[in-house]
Design a protein around this ligand. Structure first.
Ligand code: ZN
Length: 389
């Protein structure tokens, strides 16, 4: 019998403004079977069922990180960390990173680019219980242009046939989605600039169509304003970074934002925990412009989802809360931030069995000291993490 009744001062069932004070969650074999007040559930339940009383604590849905790279080491040179590490060693390092994420309360992680589908093997080890970690959704090898962003991961495509076969290879390897590097990025020496498009609108459409043929959605890395608008037209599911860059700096396009909302595309405005340093390096003027664009998108009604880009330089696997604090610094409400980290991310990833606490859902939940609705830092004080099967 794998049953436990968890009781706490607050149970955030989701959305985050739906709270049961002195609440309880009944977990049975990794699934949630009841949610309610502690008084009612405690009385109704056999005295032999285990109780986990958590005074001074809050229970909430497990956190979702929509953008990680388990193959990268968060050090100054992630390329070498991938290409110069023996496969067995790299797999062990990835397992350890997965463990760090779970300990930090992350019960679902979407990996957006690795080498030879190592995340698929890790996903299997986690599912079998051999390794402790979050549920993993894997993009495997990201599609990129010749010499393009993250080409070292092996996903360079030139012709339409290349695109078809790389998507097919990823699907056959067990990918949960397809990742495309629609614009340049910061990681790859000699690659296109961050604002430059790596694919034509037609190629992006082909990638989305091919992915759909294999039953998969597409996540698009897009910094450039042109790349963003082409990805939206092509019908990707999520836009990663979405930083509206052009040769002249930041050029926000509210028209594209309206289409993002109409097409129900989620935006993962990845920020690592060390965003304060990043903003400092940007300089006050550009940092302000960047913040203003995020605020405008929020006001327009964009669905933001949570991603740390963990693995790229400075983006640690154990600092999810640091990323949330960025949104708090921009004036996002705590409840809104918690929804972004849980149910909104689940929705965007197409997961209907996590992101909220309700009977029939996976028991993906965290117990934290204090109340994250009044203090995000409470999420750093993890008492227990539960993860469904
Ligand atoms: Zn990334």
């Amino acid at each position: 019998m794998n049953k436990v009744l968890i009781t706490a001062d607050h149970v955030i069932i989701g959305p985050a403004d739906h709270v049961i004070d002195r609440g309880a969650v009944l977990v049975d074999s990794g699934m949630i079977t009841a949610v309610g007040t502690a008084a009612v559930l405690d009385t109704a339940l056999d005295a032999r069922v285990a109780r986990l009383h958590c005074p001074g604590a809050t229970v909430m849905p497990g956190l979702i990180d929509c953008h990680v790279h388990l193959a990268f080491d968060a050090g100054p040179d992630p390329i070498r960390a991938v290409t110069d590490t023996a496969p067995g060693e790299l797999a062990a390092a990835m397992a350890e990173r997965a463990g760090q994420m779970l300990a930090a309360g992350v019960t679902t992680a979407r990996d957006l680019g690795d080498l030879v589908a190592l995340t698929v093997a890790l996903r299997a080890s986690i599912e079998s219980g051999a390794v402790a970690g979050p549920r993993i959704l894997a993009a495997t090898t990201p599609l990129t242009s010749l010499g393009g962003h993250c080409a070292f991961l092996g996903g360079e495509v030139i012709t339409d046939d290349d695109i078809r076969s790389q998507v097919a290879r990823n699907a056959a390897a067990g990918a949960n989605l397809i990742k495309v590097m629609a614009s340049g990025g910061a990681l790859t020496p000699g690659g296109p600039r961050m604002y430059e498009s790596q694919f034509t609108p037609g190629q992006l459409r082909l990638i989305v169509d091919e992915a759909a043929r294999h039953g998969l959605g597409v996540a698009a890395h897009a910094h450039g304003t042109d790349a963003i608008s082409d990805c939206v037209a092509a019908g990707v599911r999520t836009l990663e970074h979405c930083s509206w860059r052009t040769a002249d700096g930041i050029t926000y396009d509210p028209k594209t934002t309206r289409q993002i909302i109409e097409k129900d595309i989620a935006v993962c405005r990845c920020v690592s925990g060390d965003w304060r340093l990043f903003l400092e390096q940007m300089g006050p003027e550009r940092a302000d412009a960047m913040a203003e664009v995020v605020r405008e998108m929020r006001e327009a009604g964009v669905r933001f989802i949570a991603g740390t880009d963990a693995g790229v330089p400075g983006a640690r696997f154990d600092d999810y809360v640091g990323m949330l604090e960025f949104f708090s610094s921009l004036g996002f409400e705590h409840a809104e931030i918690l929804d972004m980290a849980t149910m909104n991310s689940a929705y965007a990833l197409g997961l209907t069995d996590t992101g909220a606490l309700a009977p029939g859902m996976r028991a993906d939940l965290v117990v934290v000291d204090g109340n994250p609705l009044t203090e995000l830092d409470a999420l750093r004080r993890i008492r227990h993490v539960f993860r469904g099967p």
